[in-house]
Write a protein that binds this ligand. Sequence first.
Ligand SMILES: [Zn+2]
Length: 245
Amino acid sequence: MRPVEKKRPGELICYTDSNNQKVEHRIKEHYPDYGDAKFPLSANIGAFCSYCEGCEKIPTLDVEHLAAKSKGGAETAWDNFLLCCKVCNSNKGTKVDADCHWPHLNNTYYSLIYDETGRVHVNGNMSELSRKKAQNLLDLIQLQRYPGTDKSPSPKDFRWKYRFEAWNKASRYKELYLKGAIAEDDVIDYAHCNGQWSIWFTVFKGIDSIRHRLITDFPGTCAHCFDANNHYEPIERNPGSPDPV
Ligand SMILES: [Zn+2]
């Protein structure tokens, strides 16, 4: 899950609205109509689901409340928002956030491991506390749903399939890139259109220039979650704290 850096209230963000007008927007602490936060959020962290990383058109994304409105979560507070697809939003529902990792607070690319089958796992190479928080995140969004397991997907839930397809696509583009048949810009364009950032980042392990672009060209990616001196491998986001991830 791509770790992101949310702008703070008071900071400026620029985007182009539906009338093709450039808008300079200062992030507010509260959005009385929380739907108004969708454009600033998209400009800040990209028009992707914060959890499953699906690429969405802005109108189909939901402004997601980290703490559910019905459970006392602040309905209008910028600090309580992320962006989310309909499937992740309905899987999360009104469950109260257990103590879990979040893409804007933790290095969730460190927490979770993606594989070629489209499955997502908790990184076993973390402390017990970090593993528990990563598992709570998976449980909250139900990202582990996979056909043929005891957690099979609901009829509308194709998230596993998008990951599986993205793995195959990214692997194919990696081959083409290494053969010189496509350029770095092409890879980044494809990754943008496809979504599934973590899959692209995993498949392109070993190609530092592409990994660097995946960090810099996807808005809001938290650059200091990755070690530029070690092939952009993920590093702790909160070193020194009980849960350093
Ligand atoms: Zn999603």
